[in-house]
Design a protein around this ligand. Structure first.
Ligand code: NDP
Length: 296
């Protein structure tokens, strides 16, 4: 079994980004600028956005966190989005999800300038993805593709089962893997909570991508020998042996599943770091488009 090391691969991606930023600076350009907007005090969200801002520092981007109180109105958030759209010093920004219930996420998403939508969640960007056009690819699926490529895992003609059909992970993942591209050409099954006989489907899969949000959902009896397992899930389970009283686990029963597979991502240290690295890569792309040059 080979561990798909997301930390290591993400570091490689970040080092390439850092080099590009250094070159741009050397050419007298400003550095890329990414803004993260967080509404409310969801601990997990705060920790994610902080990691994103920290990663920006590592690669030499300008970045800041706009942290707003939960009571902010939808109109106030829309005004902020408009301000960020018009701010020429901002290359890209993200509005961390989920938003408080009184704010319509779709309204906010639609208001974001697609050219600054470094999460790749705007319908225009998702639409371009579905049409195989050049676009901003959502960071988590982009990270998974990059990880598969890093380990030379072939997807062409493979049976891939993606479990979970969210707009940010499962659905774009299924689109990417079915595209006629070197990283695609797979036969993709997109499973969800209404899928019948999931075990029969996963047992035939060469590659399984689990994006469900349920701890240890994928068990060893659900997979075939030598399958490739990508675990997107981040679930917190009680753990009295930890100071904080919990630990993070994926959607896959790692201890048992890892005995049977050819490749598997750990949680943490698999897909998570890749997501952050690809957000930075998306930001570099939109920045290079804006300044009209690319170094690669
Ligand atoms: P969502 O809650 O939006 O989607 C979960 C999906 O799982 C839904 O499509 C749901 O089906 C499906 N599902 C739920 N129960 C079952 C079941 N019993 N059988 C089959 N399918 C089921 O989650 P996200 O996509 O946003 O996130 C999934 C997980 O990935 C979470 O743990 C999240 O924290 C993590 N995550 C990790 C990231 C990373 O960087 N590592 C990034 C983003 C998310 P239905 O549509 O029918 O309800």
């Amino acid at each position: 079994m080979i561990l798909l090391d997301g930390k290591e691969t993400a570091l490689k991606v970040k080092n390439t980004i850092k080099e590009a930023v250094t070159k741009h600076k050397g050419n007298g350009q400003r550095v890329p600028n990414l803004i993260a907007v967080l509404v409310g005090d969801n601990k997990a969200s705060l920790s994610y956005v902080k990691s994103k801002v920290k990663a920006c520092d590592m690669v030499g981007f300008d970045s800041s966190l706009i942290h707003l109180e939960t009571i902010i109105t939808e109109k106030q958030l829309l005004d902020l989005v408009q301000k960020l759209n018009n701010d020429t010093a901002v290359d890209g920004y993200i509005v961390q999800l989920p938003l408080p219930k009184h704010i319509d996420e779709n309204k906010i998403l639609l208001a974001i300038n697609p050219a600054k939508d470094v999460d790749g969640f705007h319908p225009i960007n998702i639409g371009k993805l579905a049409l195989n056009l050049d676009t901003i690819i959502p960071a988590t699926p982009y990270g998974i593709i990059t990880l598969l490529q890093e380990y030379n895992i072939e997807t062409t003609s493979k049976n891939v089962v993606v479990i979970g059909r969210s707009n940010i992970v499962g659905r774009p993942m299924s689109i990417l893997l079915s595209q006629n591209k070197p990283y695609g050409n797979a036969t993709v099954t997109l499973a969800h909570s209404r899928t019948k006989n999931l075990k029969e489907i996963t047992q035939k899969a060469d590659i399984i991508i689990a994006a469900i949000g349920k701890a240890h959902f994928i068990t060893a009896d659900m997979i075939k020998e030598n399958a490739v397992i990508i675990d997107v899930g981040i679930n917190s389970i009680p753990d009295a042996s930890r100071k904080r009283g919990y630990r993070l686990v994926g959607d896959v029963d790692f201890a048992n599943v890892s005995q049977k597979v050819s490749f598997i991502t750990p949680v943490p240290g698999g897909v998570g770091p890749m997501t952050i690295a690809m957000l930075l890569k998306n930001t570099l792309h939109v920045y290079e488009k804006r300044i009209g040059m690319s170094i690669s």
